[in-house]
Design a protein around this ligand. Sequence first.
Ligand code: ADP
Ligand code: MG
Length: 421
Amino acid sequence: MKVFKFGGASVKSAEGVINLSKIISDKLEKGDIVVVSAMGKTTAGLEEMAFKVLAGNNQYVADFESIRIYHQEIVESLFGQQPEHVAVAGQIDELFDKLSFTLRAERTAGDRAFLDLVLSYGEILSTSIVAVYLQHQQMAVQWKDIRKYIRTDGQYGAARVDWVPTINGIQTGLASEDKIVVTQGYIASTSAGETTTLGKEGSDFTAAIIARACGAEGVTFWKDVPGVYNADPKSQPDATPYQMLSYRQVVEMTYYGAKVIHPKTMRPLAESGIPLHVRSFLEPELPGTMITGEAEEDDSSQMIFKHNQVLVSFKIINLEFISEHNIGLIFYTFDRLGIQTNIIQSSATSCTFAFDFDEDRLEKLLEALADKFSMYFNKGLTLATFGNVADEVIETYLAGTEVYLRQASRTKVRVLYKALQ
Ligand code: ADP
Ligand code: MG
């Protein structure tokens, strides 16, 4: 069986849903599973609304209305003239009534469980609309709530999968022998039945979890780009797509900051050798990129930019050398605060690290290590990773920037810089 995953951009409009239905009717059969994200920018909208609710800001009502109207309009264009329209519109209204009730219920400030529950509505709404539309197109389709099958711990916002019950649950409950299953990405639940989410962009990961549990023959991600490129094609127009990549190459690219596939996706696929195909829902006739265990090593050029970095330098206060003990202390603190370093450099009496800027974490870091180190930081930096790119070309990218740090290996040059206005 196969697993297809459609991201938010693919279902941002009624035309998107119609296009998805054509792809599915051409390529899937009973027993296959389709994972669908929230429509368009719904997750961001729900998040903004939930923050207003938590801050006691009544403006959230306007956000709620705009999310509701957005979905109603898609339902209207899909079913407006059809006899099913009343039933589908009623089903969507019911979901919005439930959401409205959730928003008005009692809760404590900073309630992460509340946030995840609100966010889950994006996927529930989108899959409900898509499933009914496919049924309406005479396809044998079954809607399923993935929260019954993917079990996680209670780390809301970035819950960790509990693999044994998850694999069991998917094998016994999710797969269907006589229908195509449509289900949600990104969301899951604890053993107590509380809704959790798998981290931003987590739908890619959901598709990999399902594929792994079912021993799928392959997974296809349908995106708004025709594959994985050697640079983000939206900001680098001359970027070119890869035909083949290995799991490891993709893991490296995501580490350097390529935002095309969720980093957690590759491990479950690699563990069971399931190929991942990345294709364009806009140009489904194009071949896309195949990701497997055995793509040959590649020496073509590659460019990845990771923005919004902060560089923190630690200088030992009492003129000791930087020792394993000191570095250990810094790493221990990073781990405790959930900071992931993107580049590291050390010298005799100092060491520097760059990571994704997060005000709260940075403050806690400075506080935790103040008695041992004097620390300096610089915000608003970009970390560029150039693979097999000629020095002259790198220099053109760095013209008019201030370089803070530069590292070179045999094939890669990594530069942390600030763009000057
Ligand atoms: P989805 O809708 O499936 O979640 P994403 O928006 O997460 O899709 O991923 C697709 C986007 O990733 C593209 O629109 C593209 O701008 C961006 N992107 C960043 N780096 C790359 C790359 N190296 N190759 C292809 N796309 C990339
Ligand atoms: Mg994504």
